[in-house]
Design a protein around this ligand. Structure first.
Ligand SMILES: Nc1ncnc2c1ncn2[C@@H]1O[C@H](COP(=O)(O)OP(=O)(O)OP(=O)(O)O)[C@@H](O)[C@H]1O
Ligand SMILES: [Mg+2]
Length: 249
């Protein structure tokens, strides 16, 4: 169970998160959506303890993230697979070693088990035989999938994706959406998907939270959001509303 309570975060005068409260229950797939710059990535970084909130709380399985020591935080992180927006692969390491890093740091697998897990994880994302390639040799879609393989390799309880399909072609988007659903189902991973791709939202998420200007403007079921009459939500999901040019979109 994840509980976010009245989370606030500013950078100077820029108030990015303004009193964010929501819960995630086990097995759920939740999309967090919103325009570029609304604070989606900042929210995620606060959730995994990479950033500290100015006020408010993040609870993961009854642990208050902002109060944990580095060691305690590492322990919580063994439960969380993270697919970063940028891919965040180490360019000087092979694909296999990129995946191995997390296994070494966050699991008790021995070296042979680690090797098996690397190959298994690459196979899960249909990238068999790429373990000795360098990140520079990969396409954008392959990099994203290596990022996913690295995240699932530790068999986390929670899987957080930051923009898993942004910038990919429709076929690769579809492949990645199907992978997200597969991990939800096969491993019962609770998934948080940050995205502004509507196809990804409808393909993978049961629930949606929409952020605007640091606040939650929608928190509900994915299949009901198209009926919502709020202009910004309507515009985001259907591409037409009464909003004027000059609005934030
Ligand atoms: N480390 C930081 N220092 C100062 N400002 C930051 C920092 N990180 C993010 N911001 C600011 O916080 C705001 C939200 O950024 P964030 O990256 O969370 O947006 P986002 O919703 O993820 O956007 P995108 O959809 O483009 O990824 C932006 O105005 C950004 O400039
Ligand atoms: Mg972002």
């Amino acid at each position: 169970m994840i509980n976010i309570k009245q989370l606030c975060k500013s950078f100077g005068n820029n108030r990015v998160l303004n009193n964010i409260t929501f819960d995630m229950v086990e097995g759920q797939s939740l999309a967090i959506v919103g325009q570029s710059g609304t604070g989606k990535s900042v929210l995620l970084k606060n959730m995994i303890g990479l950033m500290k909130p100015d006020s408010g709380e993040v609870w993961i399985d009854d642990e208050l993230i902002s109060s944990l020591s580095f060691k305690q935080l590492q322990k919580v992180r063994t439960k969380i697979g993270m697919v970063f927006q940028s891919g965040a692969l180490f360019d000087s390491l092979t694909v296999g070693d990129n995946i191995g890093l997390g296994l070494k740091k966050l699991t008790i697998l021995n070296i042979n088990e680690q090797k098996d897990r690397i190959l298994e994880s690459l196979s899960e994302v249909n990238l068999e035989g790429t373990e000795n390639l360098m990140p520079a040799e990969l396409s954008g879609g392959m990099r994203k999938r290596v990022g996913i393989a690295r995240a699932i390799a530790i068999r986390p309880k929670y899987l957080f994706y930051d923009e898993p399909t942004t910038g990919l072609d429709p076929i690769m988007t579809d492949i990645i959406n199907k992978l997200i659903v597969k991990f939800q189902k096969e491993y019962n991973m609770t998934s948080l998907i940050i995205t502004h791709e509507t196809k990804t939202i409808f393909d993978v998420a049961e629930k949606v939270i929409m952020l605007d200007d640091g606040k939650i403007i929608y928190n509900g079921e994915t299949n009901k959001i198209k009926e919502n009459e709020t202009p910004l939500i309507k515009r985001f999901f259907t591409g037409n509303s009464e909003m004027n040019v000059g609005s934030k979109l």
